[in-house]
Design a protein around this ligand. Structure first.
Ligand SMILES: Nc1ncnc2c1ncn2[C@@H]1O[C@H](COP(=O)(O)OP(=O)(O)OP(=O)(O)O)[C@@H](O)[C@H]1O
Length: 695
């Protein structure tokens, strides 16, 4: 409250020329004890009081005389915007009963009397009482007020609810007789405060704080039912236990696990994570995650709420398998969990190998159940690469004969595709194309799988016997995939079939003659297996009558986009999409990648991207994370490759052109830079029809 809200307004203002008579009349009519005196400009110059009137007439003044010389020029003034508390303070100290209220310029606005002060005090007290009553009514804690005689004065609604007792019943009763377990004498007689007293009130266990009111004027008891506390304590205990369980679980994990809050600050780390980061838990907690892991994508997870599992991420220069998961509560992302697989990778590898083997075996059994694929021809083998095109032509020519063909090349380069195309272009095309994955057949079944068995050949053998792959492929082609994984025992039997085209089924003396075209394939170095004694050299030469080495896709980058386009065409049909191509950025990334899984990897990447794509073009975000991340690394690796001793194996037209450009067409310099002979370089320049830069 301000002075302007407490003062008496519209008071008559006197001037020096005002007569004593007028002054007396105005004092009487306004019922005030004093009136302000102002100058001609309205500024306050004094105060004319009843005492001034008496003094003037005692001194013999006429009533027609002006008040000039009869009023007090010493005036107590108060600014209109002075707050209540300050006015109260000044009024207490002042001996005069009336002050003049002025504005900032010193002009009189009204007067302020002790009566105004009392009225203001009442209003202030009233407001305070309303505020207190609101708190009292709305408080969740129970409150009982007793007077100095221990008589209950009030209980608030929360108190009524906790104790199940009404104010009407309690009011006026002795506290002692109602709540015998709680003794208030110390508070009432010695004004002591009691805190945290646990007691029974109307059979309810409560926790209370008791305070005296003033000097032995009574007491206030504030209380809360203990059941509420129990509930909170139970919940706290459960949360604590859950947290400890979580910590124990995370600590037995091999993976580094860490949790961040919505700001990306670490809130939990397991022991493996501390080990991984080489830091203690307290050094990591509350640290922003981007200060701990370079290029972290966990902040992105916080933004997008998308989880990512088993992605490859390079951390401290090494690739790791990482997963990220948002923590969502009531639709809001409140944090994220990160996981890094970094230990026991050998075990992971072992499991992966076992899985791969099982996968192969599964495929084998699937094939037994039957396949409905359309035949593959050479037109389906996509390539614009010069060497691959020549390879296709040569294979097509070789297909026309009956010689055994050996296909070598890294995994996923298209060996099976070639084998089938050869079959379709061969005189055996009307016979079956039978594929045997030598690595997939369980060891104990190998022989019978190849040669079949006679009726009753062994316990559990099918009645009437079973035809082997050779017999099934009769008149067609037998494709022996992963030939490098065949056991030595079987190798010698295979050699015999290759030489005589006849064999005996397991448990039979009868010789079966077949007309089968053999195509073998491997991604292993067979010659090395020969020298280590794992592969028979005679079988090696027998199989290698005609051989083709398929080129890894990283060495024919020009094939990448044509392959992508063909895959897109097929996938659009399969998924009912209309993706017309890839963005230039994706194109660059695909070309820069090393493709260790070759065309199969490319095909999988495109299939995944088509699934994710929302637009007409495949975008960078549609590619798996490892491709986006490794883009940079690969470029560096590629540029380093120029200096490697085996560089010539990977050299393609683009590399040669780059090298020639770099050396300004200096061929000796290029040969030295790439570690190749000049004559080899000349041959390649001719072969690729490379235009030399002007020197
Ligand atoms: N030039 C190509 N044109 C079209 N598709 C291709 C081409 N090369 C490979 N592919 C496709 O890539 C995938 C892998 O090819 P394929 O199975 O023939 O490779 P592979 O060398 O036999 O592999 P692995 O050694 O692992 O058995 C297949 O889906 C195949 O259709």
């Amino acid at each position: 409250m301000l002075m302007s809200q407490m003062m008496t307004r519209d008071v008559p203002l006197l001037q020096t020329k005002t007569s004593l008579k007028q002054g007396v009349e105005l004092l009487r009519s306004s019922k005030l004890d004093a009136l302000p005196v102002i100058d001609e400009d309205g500024f306050l110059i004094g105060i004319f009081t009843k005492a001034n009137v008496l003094d003037a007439f005692l001194a013999g003044a006429e009533s027609s005389e002006m008040i000039e010389g009869h009023f007090n020029s010493q005036v107590v003034t108060v600014q209109a915007d002075t707050p209540y508390r300050e006015v109260e303070q000044r009024a207490k100290q002042s001996s005069v009963g009336t002050g003049v209220v002025i504005d900032k310029k010193g002009k009189a606005l009204g007067i302020f009397t002790k009566v105004d002060m009392i009225l203001a005090l009442f209003r202030e007290a009233e407001q305070l009482a309303i505020q207190l009553s609101t708190v009292y009514q709305a408080m969740p804690n129970g409150i009982i007020v007793v007077n100095h005689n221990n008589v209950i004065q009030q209980i608030n609604p929360a108190g009524e609810k906790i104790l199940g007792l009404k104010q009407d019943i309690l009011k006026g009763r002795l506290f002692d007789s109602e709540f015998a377990d709680l003794d208030l004498s110390l508070v009432l007689k010695q004004s002591q405060h009691l805190v945290g007293v646990q007691t029974q009130m109307n059979k309810v266990t409560v926790l209370c704080n008791i305070s005296p009111i003033g000097e032995r004027a009574g007491a206030v008891i504030v209380f809360q039912a203990l059941t509420d506390f129990d509930q909170v304590a139970l919940e706290l205990d459960a949360t604590k236990r859950l947290y400890e369980t979580l910590l124990t679980v995370t600590n037995i994990a091999y993976e580094a696990i860490f949790v961040v809050d919505d700001q990306g600050k670490i809130t939990l780390v397991n022991e493996a994570a501390c080990q991984f980061f080489g830091k203690r838990e307290k050094e990591l907690l509350q640290k922003p995650i981007d200060q701990v892991i370079e290029n972290t994508r966990l902040l992105r997870t916080l933004k997008t709420g998308m989880s990512e599992t088993n992605e490859i991420q390079v951390i401290y220069g090494r690739p790791y398998i990482v997963s990220r998961l948002p923590i969502v509560r009531q639709g809001k992302i409140i944090g994220a969990v990160g996981k890094i697989i970094f230990q026991k990778l050998d075990e992971v590898k072992e499991v992966a190998q076992k899985l791969a083997q099982m996968d192969l075996e599964l495929n084998y059994y699937k094939e037994q159940v039957g396949s409905t694929r359309l035949p593959v021809t050479f037109t389906q083998i996509v390539t614009v690469n010069h060497d691959m095109r020549r390879l296709k032509q040569e294979a097509e020519i070789a297909a026309r004969g009956n010689s055994t063909i050996m296909l070598t090349g890294e995994s996923g380069t298209g060996k099976e595709l070639f084998a089938e195309a050869i079959h379709q272009a061969s005189p055996h095309r009307n016979g079956p194309f039978v594929k045997v994955n030598c690595a997939a057949i369980p060891e104990n079944l190998l022989e019978s799988e190849f040669f079949g068995y006679a009726s009753g050949a062994f316990t559990g053998a099918q009645k009437g016997g079973k035809a082997g792959k050779f017999a099934i492929a009769n008149g067609g082609t037998l494709f022996l995939d992963e030939i490098g994984d065949m056991s030595l025992n079987l190798q010698s039997k295979l050699l015999r079939v290759l030489e005589d085209r006849c064999f005996e089924p397991v448990g039979s003396n009868e010789t079966v003659k077949v007309d089968v075209r053999i195509i073998a394939a491997t991604n292993k170095d067979l010659l090395q297996k020969v020298s280590s004694g794992e592969f028979r050299s005679d079988l090696y030469y027998r199989l290698n009558v005609i051989s083709f080495r398929l080129i890894p896709i990283r060495n024919r980058a020009e094939d990448i986009i044509p392959l992508v386009n063909v895959f897109l065409e097929r996938l659009n049909q399969d998924f009912g999409k209309r993706i017309s191509g890839v963005t230039p950025e994706v194109q660059k990334t695909l070309i820069a990648h090393r493709w260790p899984g070759n065309v199969r990897e490319l095909k999988n990447v495109i299939e995944r991207a088509v699934n994710f794509a929302a637009g007409e073009l495949l975008e960078l975000a549609d590619l798996p994370f490892y491709l986006r991340e490794q883009k940079q690394e690969d470029r560096i690796k590629q540029s380093k490759e120029w200096n490697l001793g085996n560089a010539h194996e990977h050299l393609d037209k683009e590399t040669l052109e780059k090298a020639l450009l770099k050396t300004n067409g200096n061929k000796s310099e290029v040969a030295r830079l790439l570690g190749i002979s000049r004559s080899w370089l000349y041959e390649k320049i001719r072969k690729y029809d490379i235009k030399l830069p002007n020197r």
